[in-house]
Design a protein around this ligand. Structure first.
Ligand code: PEP
Length: 246
């Protein structure tokens, strides 16, 4: 099933989350044939969990720590998140990689922990502008995927991958659907090499300046299995339009 996910980043307080979901739920009521995921910031997970408990909308976190507990000031474990009903975690988002210095090794540990905890990771990969201009897009994406999945090759069917070119995130300058398709096809081919048995089962989402006007164009591409939406998911009407655009 196609997956349409919202990454709210550091936006929407618990009371704003309540207001958002009160508007959003009726907008997509009864809609079938797609999986919808919302990833609020940590403090808003509790209220979202309560409000989504009778709906088919999934709840995800934007990050996690790989250890079960311990002296990690400011971090959050998967056990804590699971108690709030989360079933997905975004791992390796470019903002975590480039603002908070998250390494490929750390990303690998988080994916390992998610799989052990039966939480589905969404692994984010994507090249920066200078890498794209140097013709390194495939190499960068392949390296990120191989390192993130090192030792986990047989589990590619238990995760999703989001292709998010860094230059397209939050810039209003998205990759064209055709360009995204080429990278998605490359990623799927790579996954079939990494895991010949199940490689074809990983969903590959596109993320980067998706909005209600362009979302349908991505979803028409053969290898686009869903979307990861940042800015345009912050308004219930706009996110609902994206969900309904295919
Ligand atoms: C994101 O943060 O994952 C993202 C795709 O952001 P935006 O849609 O705002 O570009």
């Amino acid at each position: 099933m196609k997956l349409i996910s919202a990454n709210w980043k550091m936006n929407l307080t618990p009371s704003q989350t309540k207001e958002y979901l009160q508007k959003f739920l009726p907008l997509i009521y009864g809609l079938e044939g797609r999986e919808v995921l919302i990833c609020p910031p940590f403090p808003s997970l509790c209220v979202a969990s309560e409000m989504l408990k009778d709906s088919s909308i999934k709840l995800g976190a934007q990050n996690c720590h790989h250890d079960k507990k311990g002296a990690y000031t400011g971090e959050v474990s998967l056990d804590m998140l699971k108690e709030l009903g989360i079933s997905y975690v975004i791992v390796g988002h470019s903002e975590r990689r480039w603002i908070f210095g998250e390494s490929d090794e750390f990303v690998n540990k988080k994916i390992t922990a998610c799989l052990k905890a039966s939480v589905r990771p969404i692994l984010c990969v994507g090249e920066r502008l200078e890498e794209r201009e140097a013709g390194l897009t495939f190499k960068v994406v392949e390296t990120q995927i191989r390192l993130a999945l090192s030792g986990l090759e047989e589990f590619t069917d238990s995760l999703d991958i989001a292709y998010e070119p860094v230059w397209a995130i939050g810039t209003g300058n998205p990759a064209t659907p055709e360009d995204a398709q080429v990278v998605h096809a490359y990623i799927k081919d790579l996954l079939c090499h990494i895991n010949p048995k199940h490689g074809g089962k990983t969903r590959v989402l596109y993320g980067g300046s998706v909005n209600p006007r362009n979302s349908g164009d991505y979803m028409r591409m053969k290898d686009v299995d869903g979307l990861l939406v940042g800015g345009a998911s912050l308004e219930p009407e706009s996110f609902a339009q994206i969900i309904k655009s295919f």
